[in-house]
Design a protein. Structure first.
Length: 236
């Protein structure tokens, strides 16, 4: 199964859910599927671990990354580029919007209301059920409601991202998938895909899943570690 997303895709979620890793790896996956892909860094909240950290790797495989002006890249509150509105109005095959965490980060989407007018937006909520705020269905729905109110947009789908970084085990992936499947049923939202570290893929039975799997090559790492190289596409 392949991920089937086109147009404007906004990736939202709570702090630490893995939104930016998902955004980066989704862009790479869809680029390698033959789509024209652009990604915009809309995280105006967290000064660390933003899409811009992977801009050179993304540019090397032909993905346009929209960032604030070079002299403002390290600002705690970077400015929105006017190019973003144009990207949304003319998204081509796929535009990925990496949005900041929680409702505070999602307010940037409300500021783009004019650009969104008349255009379908896929706003996907990243859920890591191994984090306290999203360990229950009620917690996930609370975060969804807060983000929708701040963004003035509706969440249209879910992304499962069960992980404990380097401590993640196959059983965490299976349990996380069962959780987001239940969340999908109770919320009425489709489960678009789940994310799995490429290092774990050989230990995972993908036949257990009824949705696509996005392989994740970790890009956002502390200064003393090296980001993973984007691996080769994996057959379905």
């Amino acid at each position: 199964m392949q991920i089937d997303l086109h147009g404007v895709v906004a990736i939202v979620g709570n702090y630490g859910s893995g939104k930016t890793e998902i955004s980066i790896n989704l862009a790479v996956d869809r680029k390698r599927a033959g789509l024209d892909v652009r990604i915009a860094d809309l995280d105006l909240v967290n000064p660390y671990f933003r899409t811009r950290e992977a801009r050179k790797s993304l540019a090397a495989i032909g993905i346009e990354v929209v960032l604030p002006p070079e002299q403002l890249l390290q600002a705690d509150l970077p400015l929105l580029s006017p190019v973003i509105g144009g990207m949304i109005q003319r998204p081509g095959d796929l535009v990925v919007l990496d949005v900041g965490g929680n409702n505070a980060g999602a307010t940037v989407l409300a500021a783009l209301a004019d650009a969104f007018e008349g255009r379908q937006v896929h706003m996907l909520l990243v859920v890591n059920p191994l984090r306290p705020a999203t360990g229950t269905v009620a917690g996930c729905l609370k975060i969804r409601d807060e983000i929708e109110k701040a963004a003035r947009l509706k969440v249209t789908g879910l992304i499962g991202n069960a992980n404990l970084i380097d401590e993640t085990r196959p059983e965490d992936i299976y349990g996380g998938y069962d959780f987001v499947e239940s969340l999908a049923q109770q919320s009425g939202l489709p489960l678009e895909f789940i994310a799995v570290s490429r290092q774990l893929l050989s230990d995972i039975d993908r036949r257990r899943f009824t949705c696509p799997v996005l392989p994740v090559d970790r890009q956002l790492v502390p200064p003393w570690l090296t980001a993973s190289r984007f691996g080769e596409p994996i057959g379905n």
